[in-house]
Ligand binder design. Sequence first.
Ligand code: MRU
Length: 350
Amino acid sequence: MRTVEWHDGRVRMIDQRKLPWELVLVDYDDYRDVAQAITDMVIRGAPAIGAAAGFGMALAAFQCPANDKQEMLRYLEEAAALMKKARPTAVNLMWAVDRLLSVAARDDLSTPDEVREAMLAEAQKLADEDVAINKRMGEYGATLIKDGDTILHHCNTGALATVDWGTALGVIRTAHRQGKRIHVLLDETRPRLQGARLSAWELKQEGIPFDIIADNAAGHFMRTGQVNIVLVGSDRTAANGDVANKIGTYKLAVVAKENGIPFYPVVPTSTIDLNLASGDEIPIEERSPDEVRAPFGYAIVPDDYPARNPAFDVTPHRYVTGIVTENGIVYPPFDINLRRAVEGTLHEPR
Ligand code: MRU
């Protein structure tokens, strides 16, 4: 089952807020509800957000009552603006919306019906490509994993964070299917617990041995020699190799370096933002303090206690050993080699 798909003229997705207790599918027939679902984290994870936005834009085209193309483009521009506001950090959202808009603007499409069909085909292509890209990253990344390794992992980067397979968790899945005996330490990932709820759910289905650990325990496991490699995802990676990812990633990277443990983000090129020179320019989402005070409605403290809730942090590239992409593993100097990975020329002699 895919995390998000087009089903009978609607956008269907797994409601990730309900896992691991219940597997619930939700169908949307209004693009505004798709945008809201992204904001509310019914669907989350950078590539999954991108795919949902792609289908959401196709849905907008089918909802649009316009009879001529110019009128339709104006409607789609409005839909795009709303969709892009759903969450700020994962660049896949803006990338997918722009990709769908550029299809709509194609000169060879003259009627609204032609635009609708072409946009749906593009959204489907984007989703299919995501799965293929993850499998390629899985093959590259698995070369870093040795038989017997213990891998430390943060947040959820699996099938649920993508259309299927996963980024960092996709590497773990590939290594496991190659027959490598691995063990995974899953950071629970406060405050929304994507590691404990979602990554554990996925690894259990796949039969990959794991332990959930409190986020605070990661340093202990690294210092005491119980971690061989750290694998994480990214929501946006800047041109210099600075990596924005789920809050807490930065601490992991610093402690990994201190202990001589390799730290690899697994990042499709759709998550690399070459327009941003460094991670300082990446917008960091700050979510409701209620997620800290009362995770999933369970009040830890009174609701008038002040709290802060940045959803992401930036790991400076000096802590990054390498970045796994679908076009190969990128090593420093990142400012040169990331661009090559995006262009698909990483392995070509220059
Ligand atoms: O807030 P989320 O759950 O959308 O954050 C997700 C992550 O930070 C993932 O690690 C990231 O999207 C990359 S993995 C596909």
